[in-house]
Write a protein that binds this ligand. Structure first.
Ligand SMILES: [Fe+2]
Ligand SMILES: [Fe+2]
Length: 271
């Protein structure tokens, strides 16, 4: 929950975002849908056009002119251009696949932990640490999906079953197999996040080159994915330190799991 608290001011602010990286798609949302939500992503110009809502806004939200400091820093000072359809599609599919991956990660650890800890109690703090981080990642992407109205993958029920089965199956094979599962999953997920960061940085660089303002949310998303990537790679290190590579048969087990991860990523990006 500490992780959730730390990102909450950025992603769940009661103020509308200055630049929402999926903002163009949000303009299509109906007034009813916007007014029914507690966390509004209504663009400012849309909100101001709704005189009834404006009249009922609490006094603390009434001032619209940035004052100073951080608030002033968010004031647009460069032209902003809508993202291309390809960029918006990339961001939607990135959030969708990331949420699916974090769902799977939490379920793998949830299934593994009771079995692994029963025979190796000293691993309880490590399993809890990794689970807690995965849970934080899952909360992060759940929030981002809700905020940007990105639908979860249609494969959600299948991934739920598959991840639980993978976690339980590797745990009953033994501690080494459970760690080999983490090694395989984190190798693929770390690579996946790294590639996403690369694409996002390229997007940011192009915007800066053309003199466009890069929205705070896009910058924040890059930092969030970077941090999560680093935590996934930390899990990979923990797995190797705890004899993942002594699993039998290590190559076959990690090869099958890695192929499964790549397949799941490919499908979740599209479906
Ligand atoms: Fe994760
Ligand atoms: Fe992880």
């Amino acid at each position: 929950m500490a992780l959730y608290s730390s990102i909450r001011p950025v992603f769940l602010s009661s103020q509308p975002p200055v630049y929402d990286f999926l903002a163009p798609s949000l303009f299509k949302i109906s007034r009813v849908a916007c007014s029914a939500r507690h966390i509004s992503t209504t663009p400012r110009r849309f909100a101001q056009s709704n005189s009834k809502d404006a009249a009922s806004s609490p006094p603390s939200e009434a001032p619209r002119t940035p004052k100073s400091g951080a608030e002033a820093a968010l004031k647009p000072s460069a032209p902003s251009k809508a993202l291309t359809q390809a960029q918006r599609d990339f961001l939607s599919s990135a959030l969708r696949v990331n949420q699916a991956g974090e769902l799977a990660a939490t379920l793998i650890y949830k299934a593994q932990t009771p079995v692994v800890v029963a025979s190796h109690p000293h691993l309880r703090p490590l399993m809890k640490h990794m689970y807690d981080q995965e849970d934080g990642h899952f909360i992060t992407f759940n929030s981002l999906l809700a905020r940007h109205r990105v639908r979860p993958t249609a494969m959600y029920p299948l991934w739920t079953f598959a991840a639980s089965a993978l976690g339980w199956g590797t745990a009953i094979m033994g501690r080494e197999a459970a760690m080999a599962c983490t090694e395989a999953v984190e190798t693929e997920i770390g690579t996946h996040y790294n590639e996403q960061v690369g694409v996002l940085l390229e997007m940011v660089a192009k915007m800066e080159e053309s003199g466009e303002e890069v929205g705070e949310e896009l910058k924040s998303l890059v930092e969030t994915i970077r941090r999560i990537r680093d935590e996934e790679l930390e899990h990979l290190d923990h797995a190797v330190e705890n004899d993942a590579q002594k699993a039998v048969p290590h190559e076959l087990l990690t090869g099958v799991i890695r192929a499964g991860c790549r397949g799941a990523i490919w499908v979740s990006e599209r479906v």
